[in-house]
Ligand binder design. Structure first.
Ligand code: SF4
Ligand code: SF4
Length: 228
């Protein structure tokens, strides 16, 4: 098996490269609609109703409409492509669910109406210790811990039987029915969707980077900030 840390370093490097490519691609889209002869940068402050301000408005509209729609369309294509793969019943997602939130934080979120947290806390209980979780699938725990820089908490579902079956399959919540619905989730190699994730990862990372860059533009363009 490929060395885990090498895999993680590659992934981070890959994201950096994809991120820089997206920065350039979006900058090009921004520059393409810049009025001819206009001096200045998209992050400058321009006079009200000037060409510069109109450009900033057009850029924000382009992000809001064209580019956001493109991102949603591509994301849906990725999810559609998932239909070519299926669950192998390895039960890792039932036996080793991970979250960046502690049990207390999840309960609090559920109390405040968070749908995901409500479903999650209705089935999963935390492992007594990380060591206990590690006994289940040490390679996967290492991959999760090395990929996520913040704390990670591991949970398991008591509805899973010893022969790796769901004892309440008909009533399982939506989060179980749709898993994995995020191509950037960290999946174990034993998962039937692992190959799907591998294949769509570059596009998913590109879309993720575009969302991050667009947020940056939205925050930094003075027009957007002062809401003229
Ligand atoms: S409810 Fe069933 S499908 Fe959902 S995590 Fe528990 S055992 Fe798995
Ligand atoms: S980890 Fe993947 S293959 Fe394993 S039970 Fe969950 S969805 Fe199925």
């Amino acid at each position: 098996m490929e060395d885990l840390s090498k895999k993680i370093v590659n992934m981070r490097r890959k994201y950096r490269e994809i991120f820089l490519t997206s920065v350039e691609a979006l900058k090009q889209r921004v520059d393409e609609i810049k009025p001819k002869g206009l001096k200045g940068d998209i992050f400058d402050t321009f006079e009200k109703d000037s060409d510069g301000e109109k450009w900033q408005r057009a850029v924000l509209e382009m992000f809001e409409n064209d580019i956001s729609h493109e991102i949603v369309r591509k994301w849906n294509e990725i999810l559609d492509f998932r239909k070519n793969f299926s669950c192998k019943g390895c039960a890792t997602c039932c036996n080793l669910a991970c979250s960046e939130f502690s049990p207390e934080q999840l309960k609090e979120k559920a109390k405040n109406g968070d749908k995901f947290a409500t479903q999650f806390t209705s089935i999963f209980i935390p492992y007594e210790s990380k060591e206990e979780a590690k006994e289940i699938y040490p390679e996967y725990i290492k991959l999760v811990e090395d990929t996520i820089e913040d704390s990670v908490y591991f949970y398991h579902c008591p509805k899973l039987t010893e022969c790796k079956r769901c004892s309440d399959y008909e009533n399982r919540p939506e989060i179980c029915r749709v898993f994995p619905d995020n191509p950037l989730s960290i999946l174990p190699e034993s998962c039937g969707f692992y190959e799907w994730r591998l294949q769509v990862e570059p596009v998913a990372l590109m879309l993720h980077s575009m969302v991050e860059i667009i947020d940056y533009y939205k925050q930094k363009i003075p027009f957007g900030k002062i809401g003229r």
